[in-house]
Design a protein around this ligand. Structure first.
Ligand SMILES: *[C@@H]1O[C@H](CO)[C@@H](O)[C@H](O)[C@H]1NC(C)=O
Ligand SMILES: *[C@@H]1O[C@H](CO)[C@@H](O)[C@H](O)[C@H]1NC(C)=O
Ligand SMILES: *[C@@H]1O[C@H](CO)[C@@H](O)[C@H](O)[C@H]1NC(C)=O
Ligand SMILES: *[C@@H]1O[C@H](CO)[C@@H](O)[C@H](O)[C@H]1NC(C)=O
Ligand SMILES: *[C@@H]1O[C@H](CO)[C@@H](O)[C@H](O)[C@H]1NC(C)=O
Ligand SMILES: *[C@@H]1O[C@H](CO)[C@@H](O)[C@H](O)[C@H]1NC(C)=O
Ligand SMILES: *[C@@H]1O[C@H](CO)[C@@H](O)[C@H](O)[C@H]1NC(C)=O
Ligand SMILES: *[C@@H]1O[C@H](CO)[C@@H](O)[C@H](O)[C@H]1NC(C)=O
Ligand SMILES: *[C@@H]1O[C@H](CO)[C@@H](O)[C@H](O)[C@H]1NC(C)=O
Length: 516
């Protein structure tokens, strides 16, 4: 959108970032052509009005001369810069951990990268073990997964040149302050989703007087995160799966391909499908689809788990994939699955949290204890198993997560979020006097999973005018979990909406063309 269609009278720039490192780089922009500097020297990049810079920050803030890290930053400059309505920068973190802060704009990133493998081929060969993500299909998976991650921990430690001890969240919080100060400000706005809520809450605990506005959306249980026990992140996972069964039944056979005569019958059909692929994994091959492989228990589970994150756009295709799988064709279902990206997760989350000293016997016990949490409790077990191999434990900030902030926080939680239950937002809010929890009445991970005019309206008001929603506010969403097949446009509209864009446009009147 060109600057001429500016519609807002106030506001901000958006600085989009950020983590100290990125697991994967994309070759869409030559960042190395921008000189790294300790001041913010912005250059045009991507599509107008995007600007980029590379900022050098200390590797270790307690030893400023012991090396540096180069952060890749992108921004949408505010047209209000220089006017009295300008309110300073907003920083964004989209989750991860290790996810690219500028992912929304398809750009690549900070150096060094987190990678323990010398090539993609080496990584792929290591990941190809039988021990991917699934601890329930066969009894020995957990113990081999444990050994697998011990190997990875050794590899990371031996190949590290000293960087991995510095990728902790407290350092990223310090980076944020550093960026803002380089920008000539002392306070700033922040909007973080998912892992970005750990960063936001950590920042607010370390620098409570630097908060101008802070929104955290899809809030983790911070105690669980910093104690490397993620059980509390999974309290609502099963609720979302139930929404699939109920929604499919309600939608009927026209709109839900996996329909049956009751939610319970649909649930039973899914259990039967798990048994079927354990007995005989399905073939996933179609010349017209990008991904191919086999659908076994782990792949099926991964496809379902991923779908729980974005139900409004994925439940229909999931139902189609399940129906095809029942007939023996795994190709649609396979497209929805993905492997656990473990390198950045290990370095950041395992490094941040308390050291895990479990062996496979104690992990079995842990798995048993939390097995009634949800049918996806093995994902929680996997993270603890991953961390049991991790060997780099800096003496970083681990809480407590609380503080009297210079401006009250806005927390957002969905009624059924598979990875960050509403309880996480409520619990975190208790540590921050004056903060308010806004509830969005929808399944899915963070409010980004189904943009709500109501939620976005409150976010805009908060950033622009500092108005918090009344306590107890619940925002509805508009959208069908199973839009009728003919209503493709409804689904496409949901998929094309970007909350970031919506808010940035409202506050600054601009958004780069071609950006997501
Ligand atoms: C990127 O820019 C650097 C510095 O200008 C240059 O040395 C390098 O060849 C460029 N890389 C590509 C892929 O164009
Ligand atoms: C920023 O730093 C670079 C080198 O680090 C220097 O060349 C440039 O003049 C500086 N710009 C400003 C505005 O200070
Ligand atoms: C950072 O520097 C301080 C002061 O020299 C040192 O005590 C600390 O161990 C360093 N942190 C890491 C992770 O190396
Ligand atoms: C504001 O404008 C000045 C002068 O053009 C420029 O140096 C600075 O980078 C701009 N800041 C923002 C936040 O756009
Ligand atoms: C889960 O949350 C409850 C309630 O806040 C708390 O008592 C418990 O210690 C948490 N468990 C973990 C593993 O963080
Ligand atoms: C499986 O389904 C896909 C997508 O509908 C289709 O392209 C492919 O031909 C099917 N494969 C077989 C073996 O029927
Ligand atoms: C799981 O079982 C424990 C006792 O074994 C119980 O305290 C807890 O409430 C159960 N949780 C759920 C979600 O059913
Ligand atoms: C902020 O307050 C002004 C003045 O009351 C109002 O006109 C504007 O619509 C508000 N902005 C938002 C985003 O609510
Ligand atoms: C199509 O979807 C939109 C948005 O979800 C909804 O308002 C509309 O009623 C749907 N149309 C039909 C024919 O289902």
């Amino acid at each position: 959108m060109p600057c001429s269609s500016m519609k807002a009278q106030s506001a901000l720039i958006c600085l989009l970032l950020l983590s100290r490192s990125q697991a994967f780089a994309q070759a869409t922009f030559n960042w190395t052509s921008i000189p790294a500097s300790s001041n913010l020297s912005w250059v045009e990049c991507y599509s107008s009005p995007m600007q980029c810079t590379r900022l050098t920050v200390p590797l270790n803030y307690s030893s400023p001369n012991a090396g540096s890290v180069t952060l890749a930053l992108a921004r949408i400059p505010s047209p209000l810069n220089g006017t009295s309505s300008y309110r300073g920068p907003i920083l964004i973190n989209p989750g991860g951990p290790g996810g690219s802060g500028v992912e929304a704009l398809s750009v690549q990133n900070s150096v060094p990268l987190i990678s323990f493998f010398e090539t993609d081929v080496e990584r792929a060969a290591f990941d190809l073990g039988p021990d991917a993500t699934d601890a329930t299909a066969t009894p020995n998976v957990l113990s081999s997964q444990w050994a697998h991650f011990q190997v990875m921990g050794h590899l990371a430690q031996d190949r590290d040149d000293g960087f991995l001890a510095h990728v902790t969240t407290d350092n990223v919080a310090r980076d944020m302050l550093h960026i803002v100060e380089a920008h000539g400000q002392t306070q700033f706005g922040y909007w973080g989703v998912s892992y970005g809520t750990v960063l936001g809450a950590t920042f607010a605990s370390m620098f409570p007087d630097k908060v101008e506005r802070l929104v955290i959306d899809g809030v983790l249980d911070m105690e669980g995160y910093y104690s490397t026990n993620w059980a509390n992140q999974s309290l609502d996972t099963e609720k979302v799966l139930q929404e699939f069964f109920q929604g499919c039944f309600k939608a009927g056979p026209q709109a839900c391909a996996f329909y049956d005569t009751s939610p319970a019958a649909i649930s039973r059909n899914l259990v039967a499908l798990y048994s079927k692929v354990i007995a005989q994994p399905a073939v996933a091959y179609s010349p017209s689809l990008p991904e191919y492989g086999i659908v076994d228990h782990a792949v099926l589970k991964s496809a379902i788990f991923n779908s729980l994150y974005i139900p409004y756009s994925s439940f229909s295709p999931l139902a189609q994939g399940l129906a095809a799988l029942r007939k023996g064709n795994g190709s649609l279902l396979y497209q929805l699955s993905s492997a656990l990206a473990s390198e950045a997760l290990a370095a950041i989350a395992c490094g941040d949290g308390e050291k895990v000293t479990d062996n496979s016997a104690t992990l079995e016990k842990y798995a048993e204890t939390i097995s009634n949490l949800s049918s996806f409790s093995d994902v929680v077990v996997s993270i603890r198993t991953l961390c049991s191999g991790w060997r780099i434990h800096p003496n970083n900030f681990k809480g407590s997560i609380e503080g009297s902030t210079s401006f009250p926080l806005l927390l957002i939680g969905n009624t059924a979020d598979p990875a960050t239950p509403l309880a996480g937002a409520k619990k975190t809010s208790k540590g921050f006097p004056g903060s308010v929890v806004l509830t969005q009445d929808s399944p899915g991970h963070t409010s980004f999973s189904i943009p709500s005019e109501c939620t976005l309206g409150y976010v805009k008001q908060y950033f622009q005018n500092g108005t918090l929603p009344p306590a107890g506010t619940v925002c509805p969403v508009v959208g069908d979990l199973f839009p009728v097949a003919s209503n493709v446009s409804a689904r496409e509209e949901i998929q094309s909406r970007s909350p970031l864009r919506d808010v940035a446009e409202a506050l600054t009147g601009i958004w780069p063309e071609n950006a997501s």
